[in-house]
Design a protein around this ligand. Structure first.
Ligand code: MN
Length: 500
């Protein structure tokens, strides 16, 4: 089980020796107090640790180097309580390899109009100190997040909390292994891409695994283990009549359990965080591992169908960002369109592999034929998704760079699909069906997406910024003429940036 509270962000406060030891003592004590408040905030899922005040170049350099090498440190929060001349920060910031959040706050909340004096002013200087610090990072072209707000304001805590989730997912991506059973589906362009560059940019490492390894693992699963897992299915899902004990497709449920156990063991043994399958590459496997993929996704394994390793990786990243949040995430595919005037929408589903974390009711476990892949009838969980808004995202390879596309979407009430036994969601992309879908197509977005109810556009933008990749947002403010211009400008910017 992954525990975000084993991870840390460090609060690094900047100052200098100009004001005397008494002021520095106060700075240190205030920093400790603020770090303790953040550390105790339930919304912030990681630990917040106060570090010694940075007052000189060599100690700041050391803190940054320590942050780089501390495995559980996922980023630093910097705050200039007093004026900290920013040349002192250059060497440290040049060294820093972890994400940085610049917090523009002040210990004192409101100006004490009647009592304010020079002692107060020697202490509460972040108004100008944080600008000096911001300047050097702007000059160094550093990617970072700036959060402005009083440290006791719940909005400030919330902004920091969101960023820590992203920084944690960024750390998780640095050693992410994505296992591919089979290759891409032949001839498909959008799910393919540069795996070497993906490792350099995101940390995503993609390995091929022959399906024969899964066959071997499957043969090693005992009947006892299979029976135990089938009991879990019976307790967690409503089984269709043909799947119950004595039902004609009971054997397919038992087989699905065997595949699931084998797949989980194999992924665990390899230390993989995500995987892909390909329905064309299942020699020795009874059925497409639909149920296994659904259940493994719910445990945090990223998944991409048809060899789509970029979506598998992003699914894992988005699941990780949302650990402990209530509404869930899933791999999805733009399945079919529903033209219905103002309520025109896109059915989101897949042949089998939709994560039950997004279900709005107890899933039904069913077995039906699948007219693709030439295998036996696969088991799958069938459900419709919760209503509510969320965010869909993808990473595509533009040839010379990666682009993340982020779309706010609203999941609406869906209808039963009595003859299409798949799990599904039904959404209207923002700002509306026509503009949302057109913008996604203009940006070159995949038909596969990673979707979350719990994350925000800002979370994904923060992630793209940590990776240093292009990101475009399709939301309530999107217009096609402006979006087209943005795509063109981005081409120019990334072409020039490559030459820097
Ligand atoms: Mn697909």
């Amino acid at each position: 089980m992954i525990a975000l509270n084993q991870l840390e962000v460090w609060l690094v406060t900047g100052s200098q020796h100009l004001y005397g030891q008494k002021t520095l003592d106060q700075v240190a004590s205030h920093s400790k107090e603020i770090a303790a408040v953040f550390d105790a905030a339930s919304e912030i899922p990681v630990r917040v640790v106060c570090k010694p005040t940075g007052t000189g170049s060599s100690e700041i350099h050391k803190i940054c180097k320590d942050a780089n090498s501390a495995k559980n440190c996922i980023g630093i929060i910097t705050w200039m309580h007093t004026f900290s001349p920013a040349k002192m920060w250059i060497h440290g910031l040049q060294e820093l390899r972890k994400p940085l959040l610049h917090l523009h706050t002040q210990y004192n909340k409101e100006i004490p109009w009647d009592d304010i004096d020079m002692d107060f002013m020697n202490l509460n200087q972040s108004a100008h100190g944080d600008r000096e610090f911001g300047h050097i990072m702007a000059r160094m072209r550093m990617n970072r997040k700036v959060v402005v707000g009083h440290w006791q304001d719940p909005k400030t805590v919330s902004n920091i909390a969101g960023w820590t989730r992203v920084a944690a997912a960024w750390a998780d991506s640095q050693d992410m292994l994505i296992v591919r059973f089979g290759d891409q589906m032949n001839n498909v362009a959008v799910t393919d891409g540069d795996k070497v560059e993906a490792e350099r940019v995101f940390g995503y490492h993609v390995d091929y695994c022959p399906i024969s390894e899964l066959v071997k693992a499957q043969d090693e699963v005992t009947n006892f283990d299979v029976a135990e897992l089938v009991k879990v299915y019976e307790s967690e899902y409503d089984l269709a009549d043909n799947c119950r004990e004595g039902g004609k497709d009971r054997g397919q449920i038992v087989m699905a359990a065997r595949i699931e156990i084998a797949l989980r063991r194999l992924l665990e043994a390899k230390g993989a965080k995500a995987f892909t399958t390909n329905f064309d590459d299942l020699e020795g496997i009874d059925q497409l591992p639909g149920l296994a993929s659904q259940r493994l996704m719910a445990e945090g394994y990223g998944f991409g169908a048809e060899g789509d390793w970029k979506t598998a990786a992003l699914c894992r990243t988005m699941w990780y960002m949302g650990i402990g949040l209530p509404n869930g995430c899933s791999f999805l595919e733009d399945y079919t369109l529903n033209f219905d005037g103002e309520n025109s929408s896109i059915l989101q589903a897949h042949m089998l592999e939709v994560c039950p974390l997004i279900a709005d009711h107890k899933p039904k476990l069913e077995v039906h034929p699948l007219g693709i892949g030439g295998k036996n009838d696969p088991a799958r969980l069938v459900f419709t998704s919760k209503k509510g808004s969320g965010v869909a995202a993808t990473i595509i390879d533009m040839g010379s760079r990666f682009r993340m596309i982020i779309n706010r979407v609203d999941c609406i009430e869906s209808k039963a699909l009595p003859k299409l036994p798949v799990a599904s969601a039904l959404w209207i992309p923002q700002p509306n069906f026509e503009i949302g879908a057109a913008a996604w197509i203009l940006a070159g977005g995949t038909h596969h997406t990673s979707f979350s109810y719990d994350l925000t556009v800002e979370n994904l933008l923060d992630f793209a910024e940590m990776a240093g990749v292009e990101a475009v947002v399709i939301d309530e403010d999107t217009t096609i003429p402006e979006f087209k211009k943005e795509l063109k400008w981005n081409d120019l910017y990334y072409h020039l940036a490559k030459g820097l």
